[in-house]
Design a protein around this ligand. Structure first.
Ligand code: MV4
Length: 448
């Protein structure tokens, strides 16, 4: 087992990783920017190293600073958390070259899953269902038009280097395709330095359902229930839950098997997520594979009663897994509490938390790094806490969430708490009747 892990991240996930390391008897090193010098990860880690000024580009994304911190403290592994360097192939490679175990995917795996057209070709070859579309990169508008006629409009053009909703456009006819061809290519070239485009049939009103998987260094894989992440706004997830209200036992079996095929196709080692689009007929299609621990891993932990960070560390250290799949035993929901004003277009609202009171009681979990008196710096992601409820049924988990939100006091800044309170009361949400379009088309936030 590792003796000392450096956590190349900040906020709640840094704290989450430190907690598991303590329970495993592993020493921890926090790295921090000057904006985070008073943070809880710095206080609770065994050692802490400053790696730069507030801006992420000069601190949490500075590979040489992080490697130097690991060398100075003699850390034998680095946990990257999510975001920042967690899916950076170069960082994974540099860790390898410096004999530091990167707790995440191998450089080749990150690279091959990062190129979407390539990822899709790999999955198709492995027998994972994919959306009908072009075979790889389109060479010209003529070829694009011909593929569109074959699969029939509406279609979606996607940048192979895209992700997170950037570099994609829907077209309903030849004329729109011609416009989209030029504009998305230009956008992709500017945003990613890669203008490779591929095409898919546009799936209308899909659900976003992802499967948690784990694979060990010996080729054994398992699936660990799904997460429904359809409640998103501008590609930012706001609420996640497991099981999905749209799931059936038969569909879980099929999607779980497809996710394992996906993992085996890339010899996946570690914990990961296979994202699918699911249409109204319960057809499902591979979308992306994430080679990191995700923000929403918490709800999976609650329904299978399992520490995913501990598993991630053990697999990285060479542990064998049994290969047995996990079924959800409970229902869990997570609301992301962001320092944003939901009544003002979710505008970021950093600043000082003057008063802070957390809800508590049975079936409630809060993953956060904030406390009364803490000042949220303006430099990073606006998520300040994850509020998770766990209960026997979906209805009880929602009721518990309403109760928990009503007790959650955060003064001095605006948060997404009022948004979640209203969503939990929404009839369609309560019925589980929602798709990725729900927040844009089916939900209106009432004024305060
Ligand atoms: C799609 C799609 C419809 N049809 N692909 C958005 C993020 C990127 N990873 C893929 N995305 C989509 N791909 C086809 N062929 C609709 C989306 C999409 C979406 C997917 C999941 C969650 C929210 C979404 C919001 C808008 C569009």
């Amino acid at each position: 087992m590792f003796k000392k892990i450096l956590i190349a991240n900040r906020g709640e996930i840094a704290l989450r990783i430190i907690r598991t390391c303590k329970e495993m008897g592993i020493q921890t090193v926090a790295v921090y920017s000057t904006a985070d010098k008073d943070s809880l990860p710095v206080r609770f880690a065994d050692e802490a190293v400053c790696i730069g000024p507030p801006s992420s580009a000069h601190s949490y994304l500075q590979i040489p600073h992080i490697i130097a911190a690991a060398e100075i403290t003699n850390a034998d592994a680095i946990h990257p958390g999510y975001g920042f360097l967690s899916e950076n192939a170069r960082f994974s490679k540099i860790c390898q070259e410096n004999n530091i175990k990167f707790i995440g995917a191998l450089p080749e795996q990150i690279e091959s899953m990062g190129d979407k057209a390539n990822a899709k070709a790999t999955m198709l070859a492995a027998g994972v269902p994919c959306v009908p579309g072009s075979e790889g990169i389109l060479k010209s508008l003529e070829e694009a038009t011909s593929v569109a006629h074959e699969i029939k409009y509406p279609i979606m053009l996607k940048a192979t280097a895209g992700g997170g909703g950037k570099g994609m456009k829907v077209a309903w006819n030849d004329e729109e395709l011609a416009d989209a061809w030029e504009s998305t290519r230009r956008e992709a070239a500017a945003a990613f330095g890669n203008d490779g485009m591929y095409m898919e049939k546009f799936i209308e009103e899909p659900r976003h359902i992802e499967i948690q998987i784990a694979g060990d260094q010996f080729g054994t894989c398992c699936h660990m229930s799904e997460r429904d992440c359809s409640i998103q706004r501008r590609h930012q997830k706001l609420v996640e839950e497991t099981p999905s209200p749209f799931m059936t036992t038969a569909l879980r079996k099929k999607m779980g098997a497809a996710a394992i095929k996906a993992a085996k196709a890339v010899n996946y080692e570690g914990v990961g997520t296979v994202e699918f689009l699911v249409d109204k007929h319960r057809n499902f299609y591979f979308m992306e594979m994430n080679t990191r621990i995700q923000v929403e891993h918490t709800i999976t932990e609650e329904v299978i009663n399992f520490d995913l960070i501990k598993e991630q560390i053990k697999i990285a250290a060479g542990k064998k897994i049994s290969g047995k799949n996990y079924e959800p035993q409970m229902h869990a929901i997570q609301c992301r509490i962001n320092a944003e004003d939901p009544h003002n277009n979710f505008r970021p609202s950093p600043g000082n938390i003057q008063e802070y009171h957390e809800p508590g009681g049975h079936g409630i979990r809060i993953d956060t790094h904030v406390y009364a008196g803490y000042t949220i710096p303006p430099n990073y992601d606006s998520m300040i806490a994850k509020l998770i409820t766990v209960a026997q049924t979906r209805e009880e988990a929602i009721t518990k969430m309403e109760r928990a939100l009503s007790e959650y006091i955060v003064e001095g800044i605006k948060t997404t708490i009022p948004f979640h309170s209203q969503l939990m009361k929404n009839e369609k949400f309560r019925k589980g009747d929602f798709t990725t379009k729900f927040l844009e088309e089916g939900f209106e936030l009432k004024p305060i």
